[in-house]
Design a protein around this ligand. Structure first.
Ligand SMILES: C[S@@+](CC[C@H](N)C(=O)[O-])C[C@H]1O[C@@H](n2cnc3c(N)ncnc32)[C@H](O)[C@@H]1O
Length: 225
């Protein structure tokens, strides 16, 4: 780990996530019905597609159903690898993007020296997936992304702007735990490992009533050396 934390330190802050995986197994593709018209996500994906060379390798962390991101990046000709904690999400991603390679893994499994090694990537995307981690794990996950990227590699992250740590919230009929930061704090956390090249934010009202409107923040970044 680039900050000198040991593997044992990481295991110490990593909770049991079986309930989180089961919630997303049950949510499945109703996620796409609840969150249609992903304008911010689509436009961040377009930024990335325009910035990469044609043979680029891209990792989609917490890929969900593979739509829209893995699908779009595959259509643009990139080699796409996706990772998700939820078995059902991985199944849906494989069905939606048969050309991609999808693995049921925890983001934490990809840490330096961790149990899974998928190689290095020209870009990583993490749309609304790092917010599923408790706050102490988010900087560790960002260091993992740094480790997974080639020098100068690109990273697109989206988060919901909110001052909360591992809070249980009702979400599409299930309970999930989420974390977030206010904008300035988010910048500080991300800027430890990345230079922010572009930022956009959207007020987004999901199509289903148990999820309130949220402020979504998209950061297009480059790996610091
Ligand atoms: C809110 S959804 C976003 C899905 C997709 N990125 C999108 O924006 O459409 C979050 C996804 O992250 C996955 N996830 C949650 N915690 C994870 C973890 N620790 N490792 C890998 N995936 C995780 C969930 O299973 C879920 O598919």
């Amino acid at each position: 780990m680039t900050n000198g934390n040991s593997d044992a330190d990481y295991e110490g802050i990593r909770p049991d996530r079986r309930d989180q995986a089961e919630a997303f197994d049950a949510i499945g593709d109703s996620y796409d019905d609840a969150f249609p018209h992903k304008e911010g996500q689509v436009s961040a994906g377009e930024w990335l597609a325009g910035a990469l060379s044609p043979e680029a390798r891209v990792l989609d962390l917490g890929c969900g159903t593979g739509v829209p991101t893995a699908r779009r990046l595959t259509d643009a000709g990139f080699e796409v690898v996706g990772v998700d904690l939820s078995k059902e999400m991985v199944r849906l991603a494989r069905a939606n993007v048969p050309e991609g390679a999808f693995h049921q893994l925890d983001i934490a499994d990809l840490r330096p020296g961790g149990p899974a090694d998928l190689g290095r990537f020209d870009a990583v995307t993490a749309f609304f997936s790092l917010l599923m981690l408790p706050r102490p794990e988010i900087p560790e996950a960002l260091r993992t992304v740094h480790h997974l990227l080639v020098p100068g590699g690109l990273f697109v992250i989206s988060m919901v702007e909110a001052d909360m740590d591992n809070r249980a919230i009702p979400f599409l009929g299930k309970s999930i735990r989420v974390s977030g930061y206010l904008r300035e704090e988010l910048h500080k956390v991300v800027e430890q490992d990345f230079e922010i090249l572009k930022e956009s934010s959207y007020t987004y009202a999901p199509a289903i009533s148990d999820v309130p409107p949220e402020e979504q923040v998209f950061l297009c970044c480059r790996r610091r050396d």
